[in-house]
Design a protein around this ligand. Structure first.
Ligand code: FAD
Ligand code: SF4
Length: 512
């Protein structure tokens, strides 16, 4: 085929569906083209759920159509094309050979592996390759490095306060709105005996013909992948994603803060926003999300504790973990501070366990691709940390099942925050707890064959047994951590004989 000369070939990956992308600035329909590839390699390099694969491909096809509507050329490699390239790299190389662009442009991808692969592929062709800073975020990696450089105290809270001052979000005359930087004292409550009551369900977006095609394709090509496509109703267009944000602000934001950490059997969304997947695909922006919540506060439709809590997650945590990822990779992925060496238990792929909490969380996750923060941290992640699962495996598992998992955000959260494998970079202490925490924050234990108060015997709650064993295994390390002092002192008060029985039982649980 005769080569057609292009000026810019703009590569857009599945998590870069930003209608406002800096890579599209100055796009000239006569000389530029966008390249998008549904690569089989991206759907199979880790074992991942049908739902996650379908979300990416459906959102990509809608982005392609939206770009074509505004007269932009999109060279689109669909998975079911006869000559579909198997990987992003081969898609890029073939397209460069065919169109001979003057340069290849893309926004920094969300995965170190993808960046390396594409840089390498373009490099081999000799075509100049520009990687642009992602304008989707509030901050740049360069700015984050400026914040981190030479800092003795390196914690999210300091970064968050700097971001509040820099952006002016929730600031009054240079002071935090309401007089405090955070309102956690009003948050983190359980639901109480009567449960969450009536909460407006999350909106469902009926798949259109484009999405239905993808669902059929995924069902056929990835029949053995985990999870299900039943009842697929994710927002896959910018319009639907904006609607999902509005729906949260109008119906659930008000009680977001107070019950942010609460869990309830059979309930996924509760008062959470469920916008993480849309944000991470870049269908909507973090500023749009914060602005919408702050507008609700200013109109008196949502209280400050809820709005500040929501803004902190996005302006603070989301930007912080991204900065950490790009400034610590690739070494970060290998960290294993607690020397964890076990495999993921099989039931994490099926939900087939007697533990009422994990059974519900994992089966819901397989059905929906979602679990909220505390279910991830103090449910599934906690269990994996306490049995000593290899940290990178926990990240792979998380990447495979969650719709919102992209390497830059899953890795610091899973390996750092949840598994404490970075030894205290993301969080200064491990999030470890016994079954008592789950009992306090949910209704799971009422319907469980185990008892959260017992650490030995037939009815001993695995979380409680594993908790004492975890502390004992790492006692020396944790005794240097002031924030762990209470837990270590409690361990030291335990009867030696009882601890021996607990540890023998824990060893069995760790080997399941
Ligand atoms: C072990 C573990 C793994 C996680 N992995 C991911 C992941 O792969 N992708 C992901 O987007 N979030 C991840 N998070 C953060 C958080 O759990 C999800 O963002 C949140 O549950 C998504 O649901 P939501 O949209 O209803 O969030 P809400 O509870 O409504 O919060 C609002 C938004 O804040 C942002 N946010 C909150 N906490 C974090 C955080 N720690 N890091 C980054 N963004 C945050 C998200 O964009 C989220 O949509 C992880 C947390 C833990 C504990
Ligand atoms: S008793 Fe233990 S295993 Fe059962 S639901 Fe409670 S915390 Fe989970």
């Amino acid at each position: 085929m005769t080569a057609i000369k292009l000026r810019n070939l703009i590569v857009v990956c599945g998590d870069q569906l930003d209608h406002d992308s800096v890579a599209l600035d100055g796009f000239d329909p006569a000389r530029d083209a966008i390249l998008m590839t549904e690569a089989a390699e991206e759907a199979t390099y880790i074992w991942q759920s049908k739902r996650r694969i379908a979300l990416f491909f459906a959102a990509m096809r809608h982005f392609r159509d939206a770009q074509r509507k505004v007269e932009r050329t999109v060279l689109y490699n669909a998975l079911d094309d006869e000559k579909a390239p198997g990987s992003l790299a081969s898609g890029l190389k073939t397209t460069i050979a065919q169109y001979d662009p003057e340069q290849v442009i893309m926004v920094q991808p969300g995965d170190w592996r993808v960046r390396e692969t594409l840089e390498d592929a373009a490099g081999k062709t000799g075509v100049p390759f520009s990687m642009l800073e992602d304008g989707h975020f509030f901050t740049t990696i360069h700015d984050f490095m400026g914040f981190a450089d030479g800092r003795k105290r390196f914690i999210m809270e300091d970064f968050y306060r700097m971001m509040r001052k820099q952006t002016g979000l929730l600031m009054d005359d240079g002071q935090p709105a309401g007089g405090a930087w955070n309102y956690d004292k009003d948050n983190r409550k359980a639901f109480g005996k009567n449960g969450p009551g009536l909460i407006a369900p999350r909106a469902h977006y009926q798949p259109d013909p484009v999405t239905l095609d993808v669902l059929r394709l995924v069902e056929k090509r990835f029949a053995d992948s985990p999870g299900t496509l039943e009842n697929f109703g994710e927002p896959v267009t910018r319009e639907d994603a904006l609607h999902a944000l509005d729906d949260f602000v109008a119906n659930r934001l008000r009680d977001f803060g107070m019950h942010q950490d609460a869990m309830w059997d059979g309930s996924s969304t509760l008062n959470h926003s469920r916008i993480s997947a849309a944000l991470n695909l870049k269908l909507i922006g973090p500023r749009e999300a914060c602005d919408a919540a702050i507008a609700a506060y200013e109109e008196g439709a949502a209280p400050l504790n809820a709005v500040e809590g929501f803004v902190r997650q996005i302006l603070g945590w989301r930007e912080w973990v991204r900065g950490l990822y790009w400034t610590r990779m690739p070494d970060y992925a290998d960290l294993n501070a607690l020397g964890a060496d076990r495999s993921i238990p099989d039931f994490f792929w099926t939900g087939n366990t007697d533990m009422a909490c994990l059974r519900d969380m994992i089966t819901r996750l397989l059905r929906t691709g979602y679990a909220h923060h505390i279910e991830r941290l103090m449910g599934m992640g906690l269990y994996l940390m306490m049995i000593g699962t290899r940290p990178y495996d926990t990240h792979d598992w998380h990447m495979g099942l969650y719709l919102d998992a992209i390497d830059w955000v899953s890795l610091p959260n899973m390996l750092g925050m949840s598994q404490h494998a970075d030894g205290g970079i993301v969080g200064t202490k491990p999030y470890c707890a016994s079954g008592a925490y789950i009992d306090r924050m949910s209704n799971y234990c009422n319907g469980c064959r185990f008892d959260p108060k017992q650490s030995t015997g037939e009815r001993a709650c695995p979380f409680t047994t594993l908790y004492w064993d975890f502390l004992a295994r790492h006692e020396e390390r944790f005794s240097d951590n002031r924030r762990m002092a209470l837990q270590v002192n409690n361990l030291r008060r335990k009867d030696v004989h009882e601890l021996k029985i607990i540890r023998a039982r824990a060893e069995k649980l760790r080997n399941i």
